[in-house]
Ligand binder design. Structure first.
Ligand SMILES: *Cc1c(COP(=O)(O)O)cnc(C)c1O
Length: 368
């Protein structure tokens, strides 16, 4: 069986380094808010090209806390609107509704699966305060266009960069385009911890300060609480794991790009719609390699028979989830088509050429 993602094998590449880092934390006697976190925050900010990175417990909290911080800073209030792609992972939407702000769901560009800037313009009202682009599957959205819209309408931009560590456009990395960005280091992400972890990047020092308090009960100083904060910290063990894995991220992205290129060059079944790269190679880090097919379930069943594990990202769009009853009658045809047709092929930094070739042959021999 060709696994969709073999996390054990991915982390086994760095086994000795990870054990050494873990031992260092155990022996330090300091488990929250220490050297490992400080190091990671510095190095990850440098990697993204921002002044600050603030470690938090996970990617959902990263997004939620930025919006919360903007509320505390008086830049956003309950009932304001945030423009977000309708075909995103549910976390982007949960971060908004958790803060009692209104998500305005916008259809994506069918070619890239990212938010369509034309639809952003059309959705702006006098309540719109934030655009929340998502770099779905690892590809940057059309950020020059989005930043231009934000500037003209005086809107904040929060990037959901959870799938796009290291993607860049015009030399500018994911995490450095907007006013703030949320990253996830969930184990399966391109930069994955060995548990939950997340971070926010920004160049805004007031936002960074507010976030450092919010993640820690609303407090900078023990027993002095400025805000009704939360407990959302990136612990020393996970920071140490990330310090090891950050050193290897560029190599891993290169390997993902090689596999993606191989798929793009060799899958030639006309019924399978391949992904498109909108700008240059650097703008996509291939967190997922997502194809589309009119009979997606048949393609998935066929690949399973051929010993190839695939996944669907994502089977049900947010507006069709039980959690969001208020949207059950919303019609978003492109989003619904995408959810019905997408299939993610295996891709990972340790996938062998032989396995990649097997996936190609199976795709090319599929008839329906
Ligand atoms: C993974 C993911 C998140 C949430 O990250 P967690 O660390 O799992 O909370 C948010 N947005 C997108 C697009 C993601 O893929």
């Amino acid at each position: 069986m060709i696994l969709f993602l073999d996390l054990k094998a991915i982390n086994a590449q760095y086994r000795d380094e990870l054990i050494e880092a873990c031992t260092r934390v155990i022996d330090s006697g300091w488990y929250i808010g220490g050297q490992e976190l400080a190091q990671f925050e510095q190095d990850f900010a440098d990697y993204c090209g921002t002044q600050f990175a603030i470690g938090v417990a996970n990617g959902l909290d990263a997004l939620t806390l930025v919006l919360r911080a903007w509320i505390e800073m008086g830049k956003l209030k309950e009932g304001d609107e945030v423009i977000v792609p309708a075909n995103t992972y549910i976390a982007s939407i949960l971060a908004i509704t958790e803060n009692n702000i209104i998500p305005v769901l916008v259809e994506p560009d069918i070619a890239t699966y990212n938010i369509n800037p034309d639809n952003i313009e059309a959705s702006i009202t006098d309540k719109t305060k934030v655009i929340l682009p998502v770099y779905l599957y690892g590809q940057l959205a059309d950020m020059p266009a989005i930043m231009d819209i934000a500037k003209r309408h005086n809107l904040l931009v929060l990037e959901d960069a959870a799938q796009a560590h290291g993607a860049s456009l015009n030399g500018q990395r994911a995490g450095s385009w907007g006013d703030a960005s949320g990253f996830s280091f969930y184990p399966g992400k391109n930069l994955g911890a060995l548990g939950d972890a997340g971070a926010i990047t920004t160049n805004d020092s007031e936002l960074a300060d507010t976030l450092r308090a919010l993640r820690n009960y609303g407090s900078h100083e023990k027993y002095k609480n400025l805000f009704q904060g939360v407990n959302s910290r990136l612990d020393e063990i996970q920071a140490a794991m990330l310090n090891v894995k950050l050193k290897h991220i560029n190599d891993e992205v290169d390997k993902r790009r090689c596999i993606a290129q191989y798929y793009l060059n060799h899958i030639d079944n006309p019924s399978i719609q391949l992904p498109t790269v909108s700008a240059n190679q650097e703008s996509h880090v291939w967190h997922l390699f997502v194809v589309r097919h009119a009979s997606r379930d048949k393609l998935q069943a066929y690949l399973t028979e051929q010993g190839i594990q695939t996944l669907i990202h994502y089977p049900v769009p947010p507006h069709k989830q039980t959690a969001y009853q208020q949207w059950k009658d919303l019609s978003l045809p492109l989003t619904e088509q995408i959810h019905a047709e997408v299939l993610s092929l295996p891709i990972s930094p340790i996938q062998s050429l032989e396995d990649t070739q097997k996936v190609v042959s199976a795709c090319n021999s599929f008839t329906f």
